[in-house]
Design a protein around this ligand. Structure first.
Ligand SMILES: [Zn+2]
Length: 524
């Protein structure tokens, strides 16, 4: 372990451990001190006094347990979606707007898009598509509409300490929506019920946020991870999946120490219940997982251990060993082509999560959105980032561009590439902002801007089996739309300039959503 990791330096090691999920200790003294400060400041809050609490936590998105926190009935509900809505009308005509429809087709200029009762009623040339009588007309000259993002490796938790993942679902769901995400799959759950409860309450219109495909808690074998179940046998895997499906989970994620038998059983139980299974793997190779019936593989090819020469069945050789083989892999060579071809033939999707790897890679820009974090977590990430930037020997210098080359080759071979952002690692992957960054990185990877947008919209919808309703802009589809200022088909950075996010035809104000959590992300 030491020799593999030795060249990576402290940042590489820490980022690695966080990303791989807490095998062993994580981080150095600086990290611990930063987090200790956060924990200390939380621990010393005067929990039973009234005024200071409201000053620190002005908005509590879920009715809290302690009666001292409960809003009195006459107070306005600050968590209601209505507080963040800026456009809501039964019939809307969005005029003079550029449309990128999510299919990969070229942008179309000067379009009119009619939204009625939450669905797209018409879209066409401004000259031939009239705004219906009585419609609320919004002139969107200079703007572009893209489909609401469908992102499939999201989390409602964040790295808040060494090996500890704090539940930030309440703030994260607002940030995801603000960033343009209208549908997301959580790619793993370390808490249990929060993903499921948030999915329900958002669906019921009680809280703002994207539609959530909620994963069950990770299906994993024995590990040192404090927030994961231990599943040793096929029978335990079946019971875990069945229990969480009954609780309301709608998808399953396997993790690094799962056995082939347990994975196969989890897949069988999930499929029997109409759920899909993805995995961040290590103990099971990609090829073995395909044979076990898995539907999706996370982190591109960076979690593949297929090429580790002395790989023992059901044993994770260390994510580092796998990554060394991936860094050395030839995207045009037969070993890779055979594996990628197997995924394509068996219709197994691949999730790109470039955002989390970028935070670990030297000579990369600071990720966007850090200002929403509580200052302590922002500082912790800044120090981790500084160390990554200075790490001349980081494997990610080779691995990050290789990850891009392999994903691109998979997609060009006909594979279904989907996108997510994975807010874990050493921090710095901030929901909403990260989703926009992921699309920029797909362009850097070699896709055209409209192709990158298609990967982050229609491809995700196809994977979820919901492309009949979401993922592209066409009559009859749900009016999940993102209005950006500028033209992302020419300059992908314009994808960050989100002005309004429509979910089922209701327009949310990203600035209000972000302001409501600013400086507090890390607490709730
Ligand atoms: Zn993840």
């Amino acid at each position: 372990m030491r020799s593999e990791m030795g060249g990576m330096g402290r940042m590489g090691r820490m980022g690695w451990m966080a990303w791989m999920g807490g095998k062993g200790r994580m981080g150095g003294k600086r990290w611990i001190r930063g987090v200790g400060t956060l924990l200390l400041s939380l621990g010393t809050l005067p929990l039973l006094s009234v005024v200071p609490i409201r000053a620190v936590l002005p908005v509590l998105p879920i009715p809290p347990v302690a009666p001292a926190f409960a809003a009195s009935p006459q107070q306005p509900n600050t968590n209601a979606p209505a507080n963040f809505i800026k456009v809501d009308a039964p019939v809307l005509a969005l005029t003079h707007v550029r449309v990128i429809d999510g299919t990969g087709a070229a942008a179309r200029e000067d379009q009119t898009l009619v939204v009625r009762d939450g669905s797209i009623a018409a879209v066409g040339n401004g000259a031939s598509t009239a705004a219906p009588p009585g419609a609320t007309v919004l002139d969107l000259s200079g703007r572009t509409i893209v489909p609401g993002l469908v992102m499939v490796h999201e989390h409602l938790y964040y790295t808040t300490g060494p090996g500890v993942y704090g539940q930030l679902g309440a703030s994260f769901s607002r940030l995801y929506l603000a960033g343009g995400v209208t549908t997301m799959r959580t790619g793993g759950n370390v808490n249990g019920i929060m993903d499921i409860n948030l999915a329900r309450r958002i669906a019921a219109g009680e809280l703002p946020g994207p539609d959530i495909d909620a994963t069950a808690p990770y299906v994993n074998g024995p590990s040192t991870f404090l927030q994961m179940h231990t599943i040793r046998t096929a029978d335990e895997a079946r019971r875990h999946v069945a229990y969480w499906a009954d609780q309301g989970a709608t998808s399953v994620k396997a993790y690094m120490q799962i056995s082939r038998d347990a994975l196969r059983a989890a897949v069988e139980e999930a499929h029997r219940r109409g759920m899909k299974v993805t995995g961040h793997l290590c103990s099971v190779t990609y090829s073995e997982a395909v044979d076990a019936g898995i539907d999706d593989l996370e982190h591109g090819f960076l979690a593949a251990t297929d090429f580790v020469p002395d790989k023992q069945p059901d044993v994770c050789p260390g994510q580092g060993r796998g990554q060394q083989t991936i860094a050395a892999l030839d995207a045009n060579g037969e070993p890779f082509k055979t594996l990628a071809g197997k995924l394509v033939d068996r219709h197994v999707a691949l999730t790109s999560t470039l955002t989390v790897f970028e935070t670990l890679t030297p000579k990369r820009p600071l990720p966007p959105g850090l200002d929403v974090l509580v200052p302590q977590l922002k500082d912790v990430f800044q120090r981790a980032y500084d160390r990554a930037q200075q790490n001349e020997q980081s494997i990610y210098a080779t691995l990050f561009p290789k990850a891009m080359a392999l994903e691109r080759a998979f997609a060009r071979a006909g594979g279904l590439l989907i996108a997510g952002t994975d807010p874990t690692g050493a921090g710095g992957v901030v929901p909403g902002f990260s989703n926009q960054r992921q699309i920029e990185l797909l362009v850097e990877e070699g896709f055209t801007p409209v192709e990158a947008i298609s990967i982050a919209t229609l491809n995700g919808a196809k994977y979820l089996g919901r492309d009949g309703r979401i993922g592209s802009i066409a009559p009859g589809k749900q009016a999940d739309l993102v209005v950006v200022n500028g033209d992302p088909s020419k300059s992908i950075a314009d994808i960050r300039r989100v002005e309004t996010v429509f979910k089922r035809g209701v327009g949310y104000d990203p600035a209000k959503l972000i302001d409501s959590v600013k400086g507090q992300v890390g607490i709730w």
